[in-house]
Design a protein around this ligand. Structure first.
Ligand code: SF4
Length: 223
């Protein structure tokens, strides 16, 4: 499978924020978010073909008890099931970060699902494909039924909450599973959006997530 990067850092988003984790980032995605913060796994996928054994050996060089399999879209990576089973056999807690458009029977302790809202749709040749694929309620329901999960939405403007409300109602999601995170890779933008988003979270009972890795290290790779 094609791996863009493998590194040791703190989980920067969601319910396990701050937990030291080894990150395994697959390359390749079926979507093309306009604001994608890892374009080297989607718009111009980069990386090196690696075997599950090699990935596992690299992961084991770090003192992590948690592994985060992310992307790109890890659920479209060949051997994703074998990789997650190998991580489980190694005793690691596994988070999978996915847009929730594809199901695979992976080994996973926390399915971190980030359904893509209309604010992600790019202009140009990818518009139609992205909009056709970005939400798959049947797959979302399957993932939510099978795994412990969080639904992590990337919010760019208050109007995005209309879409969040419609989707969570359709899927009958309890608010305690919903996490809202401001869109952005610039600390000043994240702070500005975070202030109004925090108020929305207080009103609706959703959890707020900062982007810890951006706050600590800035918008760069391998952190
Ligand atoms: S789903 Fe994730 S990796 Fe794929 S284009 Fe969107 S933000 Fe980028």
């Amino acid at each position: 499978m094609k791996i863009a990067e493998l590194f040791y850092s703190l989980q920067g988003e969601g319910s396990l924020i701050g937990v030291p984790s080894v990150f395994i980032r697959t390359s390749g995605c079926n979507l093309r978010c306009s604001w994608c913060d890892t374009p080297y796994t989607s718009w111009q996928p980069e990386g090196e073909e690696q075997t599950v054994e090699r990935i596992l050996d690299a992961a084991k060089t770090y003192p992590a008890r948690h592994a985060v399999v992310t992307g790109g879209e890890p659920m479209i990576a060949p051997e994703i099931v074998g990789l997650t089973e190998a991580l489980r056999a190694a005793g690691l807690h596994i988070t999978i970060e996915t847009a929730g458009t594809v199901f695979q029977p992976v080994a996973c302790d926390l399915m971190s699902i980030s359904p893509k809202l209309a604010n992600s749709t790019p202009e140009g040749q990818w518009t139609a494909q992205h909009d056709r694929l970005r939400l798959n309620p049947a797959v979302l329901a399957q993932l939510m039924e099978r795994y412990d999960y969080q639904l992590k939405f990337v919010i760019a403007q208050p109007a995005d909450l209309v879409e969040v409300g419609a989707l969570t109602e359709q899927l009958r999601v309890d608010a305690r599973h919903v996490i809202l995170m401001p869109e952005g890779t610039d600390p000043a933008v994240l702070r500005e959006r975070g202030l109004w988003l925090a108020e929305i979270c207080k009103q609706e009972g959703y959890r707020f997530s900062p982007r810890l890795h951006v706050d600590l290290y800035g918008n760069k790779r391998g952190v």
